[in-house]
Write a protein that binds this ligand. Structure first.
Ligand code: ADP
Ligand code: MG
Ligand code: ZN
Length: 636
């Protein structure tokens, strides 16, 4: 089709405007682009990510001393690029990387290309983009005049610069298909399911609700720790109601160009409107929905995006059946405007599963793998208080992987029990070879924990002691498993727990006369409990029932922040010290009383490396405490 002259002039004019805009935007945002995409982390964070097997590829720039690394395949969606500086003299790095199967390479800086790169960046790319968009625009206009849908052509990743197609987001929206997940796939979380059931039934039949004049909530916020099934629940609502599911993550809204995020929101709701009834699920909503008064720097882009989201949520016709679900593990940091009635007015807690919940989750995931008949999942459920649904799903998978490694056809109880350790403490680390003396220290340390625990009334029984080093850095651990679930903890139980935590160090001091750094984790935990007793639970005479601290980000295990004067803070430290010191004293005393048992069990553990709770109790409760010899068949 021929264009007439006027149209042609118009399109030339557009080219120029777009070209200028692109040049400007690219120049403006090139620096922020780089820094926005690359996350700076400290060297120690880098190492702990390596240890947690989160790092996939590492590039070391020998010129700048920078390390760039990714948590997935480079260029794949969802992969984050990180940067840190090389710590001088870290001789163990290469070993460490090899051990965790990280791909790594050195980048030798080639300065001769610098000018070229500079030229390319400052001229080549903008011109390239200009030509590209010119071409797209041209094509689009032609298509438009041929009567095709004009907006369809601007859905590419960079589609923010077309007219009409500004901020098209459909490239990123997952879904608009049925999820295939139903409530039956979510174990436990009965209250959450009940609450969501109503939303599902509304979506299935919005008219029924409209007829009677009932208004369904526009939005519900799923709050809870990571891995508890929030995303899964949102999908299940869509699956139950058999409606389309639009999923987008909050971080996808926060774009490098100001205004893009808002445009994406607008487009998302436009699409949802066309497909209603449907569910719009905004994962990690805290990334856009952070309280606007928080933080030192203002973020115009995020604010605009949030405002747009609020506007859209107010704007859509409720009876059409669009329900917006959000998920977050930082509900406290959300902007109050978001949680106001008429927006995310329903808050649905999705907490960590209890004992029955854990068993149910294990059962669901056990259906996906082939298991031996006699496998008892309740053992695993009991051993994993505090584990999330994702952890449990992971355990089943680890067990299956282990079964394959072992050459078994079916997953056995042993595979499962071993996988609990893997998820809790990390894989066994074969590369760590402890000296005989070190092994001895670790054995006494762990036995110390176990003996203190076993001599207390009402403490959870010891179920396992091991001195096999783990990839998490632990050189051993002692596991206690409660028979049933506790919902309340008494002050005595907390003091007992602190004494148990002190048991490791106490044993070292008692036997070797000197402390090692092996107790750092215990010390941290003991201090944390003591601090909570003082500042949150009002368990000291000195302060009584006064809240002295406030917990931040409860779902992410955030520490509490003091809300008291400086003088009080000093007194708090003293109280905390007193509590931990009392635990330490108790532990020392207990171990002194059970000195012979300590020797006997430690030596046994040193040889066997892992012993069960029964083995431990058998020796611990045996009358002939002074007989140091072991049965012949158990000698290594
Ligand atoms: P969240 O969004 O809360 O971080 P997800 O919904 O992404 O957690 O859960 C991650 C995975 O963990 C799910 O895909 C599922 O396999 C498993 N999972 C978590 N909670 C449950 C549950 N209650 N029932 C069954 N599986 C669960
Ligand atoms: Mg999620
Ligand atoms: Zn310890």
């Amino acid at each position: 089709m021929e264009m007439n002259n006027k149209k042609r002039r118009q399109s030339m004019f557009l080219y120029v405007i777009i070209a200028l805009a692109v040049m400007f935007a690219v120049n403006q945002s090139f620096n922020t682009f780089q820094s926005a995409q690359i996350k700076n982390v400290s060297y120690s964070e880098f190492l702990s990510m390596v240890d947690a097997n989160k790092v996939k590829e590492v590039k070391l720039n020998t010129g700048t001393g920078k390390i760039r690394f990714t948590d997935g395949k480079q260029g794949e969606e969802g992969t984050q690029v990180y940067e840190t500086s090389l710590f001088p003299n870290d001789d163990g790095l290469v070993d460490r990387l090899t051990q965790h199967e990280v791909t790594f390479a050195a980048e030798i800086p080639d300065t001769s290309n610098d000018l070229w790169i500079y030229m390319l960046l400052s001229y080549g790319i903008p011109i390239g983009i200009m030509v590209f968009f010119g071409w797209r625009l041209n094509r689009r206009m032609k298509k438009a005049m041929d009567g095709d849908d004009p907006s369809m052509d601007f859905s590419g990743g960079f589609g923010g610069f077309g007219m009409g197609g500004l901020g098209k987001s459909n490239a990123k929206i997952v879904g608009e298909k049925e999820t295939g997940v139903t409530f039956a796939d979510v174990a436990g979380q009965d209250e959450a399911k009940e609450s969501l059931q109503e939303i599902a039934s509304f979506l299935e039949n919005p008219q029924k609700y409209a007829d009677i004049g009932a208004r369904c909530p526009r939005g519900a916020l799923l709050v809870g720790p990571p891995g508890t099934g929030k995303t899964l629940l949102a999908k299940a609502v869509a699956g139950e109601a058999k409606v389309p599911f639009f999923q987008i993550s909050g971080s996808e809204f926060v774009e490098m160009f100001v205004g893009r995020g808002a445009a994406k929101v607008r487009d998302l709701f436009k699409q949802a409107n066309e497909k209603a009834p449907c569910i719009v699920f905004i994962d990690e909503i805290d990334t856009v929905g952070k309280r606007r008064d928080m933080g030192l720097t203002t973020n115009d882009e995020r604010e605009q995006t949030l405002n747009q989201l609020l506007t859209e949520m107010d704007g859509f016709d409720n009876n059409k059946g669009i329900v917006v679900l959000g998920a977050t593990n930082m509900p406290d940091s959300l902007d109050v405007a978001l949680t106001r009635p008429g927006r995310f007015d329903r808050r649905i807690p999705v907490e960590l599963p209890d004992l029955a919940g854990r068993e149910a989750i294990l059962k669901i995931h056990a259906n996906d793998v082939k298991m031996e008949r006699n496998v008892d999942l309740s053992v695993v459920a009991k051993a994993t208080p505090g584990a999330s649904g994702a952890d449990l799903a992971n355990m089943i998978n680890e067990a299956a992987l282990r079964a394959v490694r072992m050459g078994h056809k079916l997953v056995s109880q042993e595979d499962l029990v071993e996988s609990v350790d893997v998820v809790i403490a990390g894989e066994k680390k074969k590369s760590i070879v402890l000296s005989e003396h070190e092994k001895q220290v670790v054995a006494y340390h762990e036995t110390g924990h176990a003996i203190v625990a076993a001599s207390q009334k009402g403490s959870a029984p010891v179920s396992k002691i091991t001195i096999v080093p783990r990839t998490s850095g632990a050189l051993g651990f002692t596991m206690q498993v409660d028979e049933d679930e506790r919902f309340l903890t008494t002050a005595t139980e907390m003091r007992n727990k602190i004494a148990v935590l002190c048991g490791g160090r106490a044993a070292e001091e008692l036997i070797f006369g000197e402390a090692t750094n092996g107790a750092s984790n215990d010390i941290q935990k003991a201090t944390q409990i003591a601090r909570a007793m003082v500042t949150q639970y009002g368990m000291t005479e000195k302060f009584g029932m006064v809240a002295l601290g406030q917990q931040r980000n409860r779902y992410l295990g955030g520490a509490s922040e003091l809300t008291c004067s400086e003088g009080t803070a000093e007194d708090i430290d003293k109280e905390v010290q007193l509590i931990v010191e009392a635990g330490h004293k108790e532990a020392l005393e207990t171990l002194r009383n059970h000195r012979f048992k300590l020797h006997e069990i430690s030596r046994y553990l040193q040889r066997k490396e892992t012993i069960t709770g029964e083995e431990f109790m058998r020796i611990f409760t045996r009358e002939d405490a002074f007989a140091p010899t072991l049965p012949k068949n158990e000698q290594a």
